[in-house]
Design a protein around this ligand. Structure first.
Ligand code: COI
Length: 367
């Protein structure tokens, strides 16, 4: 693992070099229905790292293509990590982030696991904040948001297999509508019987591109079965619920619990954490424990499991109303989004959009 003693990044300020902005009218039309991940704001945050110099060349500049040597380590050995968080338009017109410290902590965890240099949490938050400040006009009105994508790639041109001595960090900003078009009616998940996302000791708890690349085949199978996403089971017994392709999974039980699989081979999702913290206010006891696919199937059939939902920054809280698997399918509850799911989602998005009090200090204003 790499740890730079040269410039560990505490001095990074990400000074702005503004470019000519997109004209107001063109930007406004892009913000009408941006979809997810296709439209980008005018600027991006950048910083470079080498083992010799540490972090340097930081700034917020016009969005432009990155040039990489074809031997760059990321292109061959997938030494890459990323994050996802959002900026929210507040009722008074200002902009706020949601728990960016959590993303910073996870980015650091992912960097260590992928042998990339650590970016200090304060620099991570400054990098995101300075981009949002410069591109504040790109933050859409609710319910849309400005999705932020910090990432780090190994750029050293070297074909040997070892941690690269050069890396680049960036943040992109992309105005975004809902991740799932069907999230108001609930989504259907494919329970994949054999393709796994992560194994014990692997990178399942790191947010690295390789995990998502490895999940694409199962996502393709899910699509073939007319499902919105895949639900991965554990790699050892193919029996225990892990996470969905881009989100954590949580279940509401008739006994008043909010149950979710424990951390280990899954991502420590910020939305997952947040709803577990909100659970008590909704009369639910948060429980992190293994859940088998048999418990899910039988519980949905018997009524012991009343609601299931997915949680993620992009997906927010998406009700899961149906599961398909090789032997057939089953429905959760009456096949429509459940009341606890909708109440938790309302509370969460009301905090994010500044429509509710924020007793936990989760909102961070972008001054
Ligand atoms: C997020 O929710 O931010 C994610 O990382 C999902 C993304 C891969 C679409």
């Amino acid at each position: 693992m790499v740890s730079s003693v040269v410039d560990p990044g505490l001095s990074l300020r990400f000074p702005a070099t503004p470019t000519t902005p997109t004209p107001d009218e063109a930007r406004a039309s892009l913000l009408v229905d941006p979809g997810f991940g296709r439209v980008f704001s005018d600027h991006m945050t950048v910083a470079s790292w080498t083992a010799e110099r540490g972090w340097h060349d930081d700034g917020v500049r016009g969005l432009e293509p990155m040039t990489l040597h074809p031997a760059a380590a990321v292109l061959h050995y997938a030494q890459e990590i990323f994050e996802g968080l959002k900026a929210y338009r507040q009722p008074d017109g200002s902009v706020a982030l949601f728990r960016p410290d959590r993303n910073a902590a996870r980015f650091e965890h992912s960097a260590r696991r992928l042998s990339l240099p650590v970016l200090p949490a304060s620099a991570f938050v400054t990098a995101v904040t300075e981009l949002v400040r410069l591109d504040a006009a790109w933050v859409p009105d609710p319910p849309a948001t400005l999705y932020l994508r910090p990432f780090m790639v190994a750029t050293e041109a070297f074909l040997g297999v070892r941690a690269a001595d050069e890396a680049r960090f960036g943040v992109l900003a992309s105005p975004a509508g809902p991740y799932f078009s069907g999230r108001e009616v609930g989504v259907t998940l494919w329970i994949d019987p054999e393709l796994s996302r992560a194994a014990p000791g692997g990178t399942g708890d790191a947010k690295c591109g390789g995990n998502y690349a490895a999940g694409l085949a199962a996502q393709g199978v899910a699509r073939e079965h007319a499902c919105d996403q895949v639900l991965f089971l554990d790699a050892v017994e193919h029996r225990w619920l892990e996470e969905s392709g881009t989100m954590n999974v949580l279940l509401v039980t008739a006994a008043g619990e909010l149950v979710t699989p424990p951390l280990g081979t899954i991502l420590d999702g910020v939305t997952r954490r947040s709803v577990l913290e909100l659970a008590a206010g909704h009369g639910l006891r948060p429980v992190e424990r293994p859940v088998s696919v048999d418990e899910l199937r039988e519980g949905a059939r018997s009524g012991a499991i009343t609601e299931v939902f997915a949680a993620g920054t992009a997906a927010v809280i998406s009700p899961i109303v149906r599961f398909r698997e090789p032997g057939g399918e089953f429905t959760v509850g009456d096949g429509t989004p459940g009341p606890r799911t909708l109440a938790l989602r309302s509370e969460l998005v009301d905090v994010q959009f500044g429509r509710a009090a924020d007793p936990r200090g989760w909102r961070v204003p972008v001054g």
